[in-house]
Design a protein around this ligand. Structure first.
Ligand code: FAD
Length: 325
């Protein structure tokens, strides 16, 4: 690993100002993703700006009217073990439960999980790929079993974060601070596709930090769930995952939202599927019909067409299991 300076600012203002001024610096939360990238020489920042001492970004607060607020530096294990998360926000709980080893969750933060870099082995390997400023996505003609089936052109990564998928399904909002001003945006507007910028996965500019995740209150008729299909029986990134949040009334979904992971460079919504979840009668026949509507247009690569079938089948599994049909 190349040498670097280490900064430990006391507050978010000085962290953000330092990051804005020093273009070769980078924010460091748990370090579970960042340090691996530095060891592999994918990044060589001149300064690491440790956010961990900024205590006011480490909290979980719940209020029935406002919902759940989580500071970006809160450890994944603390969120997973929080009673309100388990009781009311099952989709978030399951996405963290499925995420990685207890050791990683004791160090990794929610902000770091959302902002982690892609696992594509061309990006993480010794390739001058398009995400690192080169002009080629090697996955297009290379080993592309794990790459995206939608939204890829010109870089076919998949977004690696499990929590991102759950948070978009929950209509979460993200608070961003740039050193002076704070703004709050819907989670789904935070993530960007490669046709907007193929070198980054979200809208953050240098010096901007994710500070808080706000999840709206849910009512007694809301149910939610997350299913992740992995290649190994042990911890692994998703081949395809699915998050669903539904309001229900008897045998009907009154409205709902399904979001996929592992299929696109950002958490992915299929408009046709979500449009059909308004006043949706929960019968096996309707569920099968719904699944057949998904992923009409894809951009599959040589080795990843299986993800289309997997994603369609996950819609069926999610609805049958969530509603005990
Ligand atoms: C073996 C292994 C398996 C894993 N499996 C999974 C998995 O299955 N699913 C999954 O979702 N994740 C998985 N992960 C990823 C892991 O969850 C992340 O490494 C972790 O969540 C990152 O959190 P961190 O706090 O350590 O982030 P860091 O490593 O400190 O930072 C990650 C990135 O986010 C940026 N960043 C951090 N905090 C902020 C902030 N507040 N604002 C702006 N930018 C910020 C950093 O600059 C850096 O670029 C795995 C990781 C490993 C090593």
């Amino acid at each position: 690993m190349k040498t670097f300076e280490y900064m430990q600012p006391e507050n978010i203002e000085s962290a953000s100002k330092f990051l804005t001024k020093n273009k070769d610096s980078i924010a460091f939360a748990g370090g579970t993703d960042l340090l691996g990238l530095m060891k592999d020489d994918i990044f060589s920042p001149k300064q690491l700006v440790n956010l961990k001492k900024i205590g006011d970004l480490n909290f979980i607060k719940y209020n029935e009217n406002e919902g759940l607020r989580i500071g970006a530096l809160t450890k994944l294990s603390e969120i997973e073990n929080h009673n309100i998360v388990k009781e009311k926000y099952n989709v978030l709980y399951q996405s963290i439960y499925e995420l990685a080893t207890p050791q990683l969750k004791n160090i990794g933060t929610l902000g770091g999980n959302i902002c982690q870099r892609p696992r594509c082995f061309y990006f993480r390997g010794d390739y001058d790929c398009i995400r690192k400023g080169g002009d080629t996505c090697f996955a297009i003609t290379g080993h592309n079993k794990y790459h995206c089936i939608v939204g890829g052109d010109p870089c076919y990564i998949v977004h690696p974060s499990d929590t991102a998928v759950a948070l978009v399904a929950l209509n979460a909002k993200f608070k961003i601070f740039d050193g002076k001003n704070e703004k709050t945006i819907p989670a789904e507007e935070f993530f960007i596709l490669p046709n907007v910028d193929e070198t980054k996965e979200n809208i953050l500019n240098s010096g901007e930090l994710l500070t808080e995740i706000i999840i709206p209150p849910i009512n007694n008729n809301t149910v939610s769930s997350y299913i992740k299909v992995k290649e190994r029986g042990a911890w692994d990134f998703a081949l395809v995952s699915i998050a669903g949040v539904f309001n229900k009334n008897d045998n009907k979904i009154t409205d709902g939202k399904i979001v996929f992971g592992g299929v696109a460079p950002s958490p992915w919504q299929d408009k046709k599927i979500n449009d059909n979840l308004v006043s949706f009668n929960l019968t096996q026949e309707n569920i099968k019909k719904l699944s057949s509507l998904a992923f009409e247009k894809t951009d599959v690569l040589e080795m990843n067409e299986y993800k289309v079938t997997l994603a369609k089948n996950l819609i069926i599994k999610l609805l049958l299991e969530t509603f005990n049909i």
